[in-house]
Design a binder for this molecule. Structure first.
Ligand code: UD1
Ligand code: CA
Length: 459
């Protein structure tokens, strides 16, 4: 059976009180709309149509070019939204309608809904659930032997209909041909003056066709976001789901409630994640790592057995058995090798650090290439900026940069070159040489006493 999805995403989302179209608000790092598209594709639906309207250009910019779009320039209701895709709809097969503001839908639910629909040979099937507080949702009315009768919107419902707890998820399967024939028959004679997609089901029902209802227990799958409060609720649910997935595959998360992991992050088994950690974008973390409290890692790759404490790592790579932090800051395009130590208050930017090298405390290393087994002392500054341009520093294997040295780029320290503490280096340090670039010390004997500054015990 051919499959197609139509994703409704044209609404303005007034209650979000936002400049951003509702479906572009992010949940666990991705727009709500992209989540829905991803799930649709994971459910084996390659043909996806997104109905855009409010902020259409902005929404379109976020989509892969292969995604078809149909423009609904005036938002006259969910039925009207689907009408806008008329030219793109399948001639025959199954059309799944999804909502761009319902990012928690799962592959399992979509697949079971489609199979319920196809096995039951229904012309349309609606996905429903029961809610303790059904306020705001369309209610499912049943008749006779629990058969579907119709869907009543909150605003059109009588007091007794409002008591019904079974609600419409806004997700449906339609027989393509039946949907195409029914769309033109939908009217807007209701409390909101809108063309309701829900009416397509009662029209088909009145024609004597059989309508399926697929009711699920887990209401979380269908929570829709209409406000920032619901956005936070959905974020919480998705965050929990992501944490569970990692824990099930062998990651320890000490406190999942206080750990923020985005959807596309990959983590190896036996890695331990402490509270307050934020792992975002396309971050990959290996096995047996310790990611300590309040560490933030964005679009970075971390090897195996890496220990990171209280640090920020952005668009960088850290290889196996290295330790970072506490309070290190790895800015974009840094690449730290194996068995390296990047200690407290060390900042890296566009810097490559070779295996077994150390920068244990208080250093700025920008635009640099550092070899293997190099020691960068406390307080070293790679002076990369002359006020106009950035320049590069190269430090070769086994070099030693004494504490509080300045390396004024562009400059080169050759293999096993030593830089004396406190030096300001502006010229190449040759292989195996000691470079001393600081003023000589002179001692003025007896100076303190002559000045009358000598302290006695009584002072
Ligand atoms: C709709 C359903 C309701 C269901 C609820 C589930 C109708 C008439 N009602 O109500 O039964 O319980 O969803 O969340 O269908 N949209 C458009 N164009 C429009 C209007 C809406 O694309 O003209 C999109 C919105 O962007 C959104 C989705 O359709 O993604 C649902 O729209 P919304 O206005 O939130 O519908 P509800 O009134 O909540
Ligand atoms: Ca809604």
């Amino acid at each position: 059976m051919r499959l197609q999805s139509v994703i409704l995403a044209a609404g303005s989302g007034t209650r979000m009180k936002s400049k951003l179209p509702k479906v572009l608000h992010r949940v666990c790092g991705e727009t709500m709309l992209q989540h829905v598209i991803d799930i649709s594709k994971e459910s084996n639906i390659q043909d996806n149509i997104v109905i855009i309207g409010h902020g259409a250009d902005k929404v379109k910019e976020t989509l892969d070019p292969e995604i078809k779009t149909a423009l609904q320039s005036e938002q006259l209701g969910t039925g009207h939204a689907v009408m806008m895709a008329e030219d793109l709809l399948l001639e025959s097969g199954t059309i799944l309608v999804l909502c761009g503001d319902g990012p928690l839908i799962t592959k399992e639910t979509i697949t079971s809904l489609i199979s319920h629909h196809e096995k039951g040979k229904y012309v349309a099937t609606v996905l429903t659930t029961e809610l303790e507080n059904p306020h705001g949702y369309g209610r499912i009315l049943r008749q006779g032997e629990n058969e579907f009768l119709k869907i009543v919107e909150e605003k059109d419902a009588t007091e007794s209909e409002k008591q019904i707890k079974e609600i419409n998820s806004g997700i449906y399967c339609f027989d393509a041909q039946a949907l195409r024939e029914t769309l033109p028959l939908i009217k807007n004679n209701n409390a909101q003056g809108e063309y309701y997609l829900t009416d397509a089901l009662s029209i088909l029902k009145d024609q004597g066709k059989s309508i399926g209802v697929y009711k699920i227990d887990d209401y979380e799958d269908i929570v829709a976001v209409n406000s920032r409060i619901q956005l936070a609720q959905v974020e919480k649910i998705m965050r929990r789901r992501i944490a569970h997935k990692h824990m099930e595959s062998g990651v320890t998360i000490i406190n999942p409630e206080h750990t923020y992991i985005e959807k596309n992050v990959v983590i190896g088994p036996d890695t331990i994640i402490y509270p307050g950690v934020s792992l975002t974008g396309h971050t990959i973390i290996g096995e047996d790592c310790i990611i300590g409290n309040n560490t933030k890692i964005e679009n970075s790759t971390i090897g195996n057995s890496v220990n990171i404490q209280n640090s920020t790592i952005i668009e960088s790579v850290v290889e196996d058995h290295t330790s970072v932090g506490p309070y290190a800051y790895l800015r974009p395009n840094s690449h730290v090798g194996k068995h390296v130590k990047i200690g407290d208050f060390v900042e890296l930017k566009n810097a490559k650090i070779g295996d077994y090298s150390k920068a244990s405390h208080l250093a700025y290393i920008g635009d640099a290439e550092i070899g293997k087994n190099v020691n960068i002392g406390c307080g070293v500054v790679f002076v990369n900026y002359d006020g106009k341009e950035k320049h590069k520093t190269i430090v070769k294997d086994n070099a030693f940069i004494g504490s509080n040295a300045n390396l004024i780029a562009p400059v080169l320290v050759e293999e096993s070159g030593y830089v004396a503490s406190g030096s300001t280096i502006t010229k190449t340090v040759p292989k195996g040489a000691l470079a001393v670039a600081r003023s000589q010390q002179s001692n003025k004997i007896g100076w303190v006493e002559k000045r009358g500054l000598l302290k006695t015990k009584e002072d």
